[in-house]
Design a protein around this ligand. Structure first.
Ligand SMILES: NC(=O)c1ccc[n+]([C@@H]2O[C@H](COP(=O)([O-])OP(=O)(O)OC[C@H]3O[C@@H](n4cnc5c(N)ncnc54)[C@H](OP(=O)(O)O)[C@@H]3O)[C@@H](O)[C@H]2O)c1
Length: 156
């Protein structure tokens, strides 16, 4: 809370435009919301078809908290057969399908690449739309698969 108060202070001083949190689960957001004077505007979480928490996403939406997706390209491990099939259907790469899936949910993906060609490829996701049935396939793939720590059990 002390850190959040510092962020609120910077926001009120117009030193920063947006304040938010990272890897907050619903319980942690509820605690923050009940103790803050300025609500977090963004929650950056791991969000992929394999780590897709509908309950957390709905909670953020209801509270006007934008979700930002880290590791949106499955951290480079995009060999999943279902994702590959959807990519083939749209003549796009698995990376572009994963980015588009986030964008169509109004979630901001932050992919990383150090390769100029792949950086460019990752920008070309605004010239197609995933059909509802393909969104549903991707939405139904959740395995609660985290590539990092569980924020509720990690010993900070
Ligand atoms: N808040 C947190 O706790 C947290 C945790 C982890 C990461 N993050 C942030 O999330 C962002 C992305 O995370 P990340 O790098 O772990 O995962 P990512 O963006 O899901 O995956 C990056 C991997 O995908 C490869 N890649 C990128 N574009 C590709 C394409 N079009 N086709 C094939 N492979 C592609 C990259 O290789 P090349 O570079 O060789 O292209 C790299 O190996 C970063 O800004 C990071 O700081 C935040």
């Amino acid at each position: 809370m002390e850190t959040w108060r510092a962020l609120e202070y910077l926001y009120k001083q117009n030193k920063v435009k947006t304040i938010g949190v990272c890897n907050f689960e619903k319980e942690q957001l509820q605690h923050l919301l009940s103790h803050c004077t300025i609500a977090p505007m963004i929650n950056q979480i791991e969000h992929t078809p394999l780590m897709h928490d509908e309950d957390l996403l709905s909670f953020c939406k209801e509270n006007n908290i934008i979700t930002m997706a880290w590791g949106p390209l499955l951290r480079g491990n995009m060999e999943n057969q279902k994702i590959k099939e959807i990519a083939q259907k749209y003549n796009k790469s698995p990376a572009q399908i994963l980015l588009r899936w986030n964008i169509q949910q109004n979630i901001i993906p932050i992919p990383k690449s150090k390769n100029p060609a792949r950086l460019e490829e990752n920008f070309f996701v605004f010239d197609f739309t995933l059909e509802d049935k393909d969104m549903q396939i991707l939405n139904s793939m959740n395995e609660n698969h985290r590539t990092s720590y569980n924020p509720l059990t990690f010993d900070f």
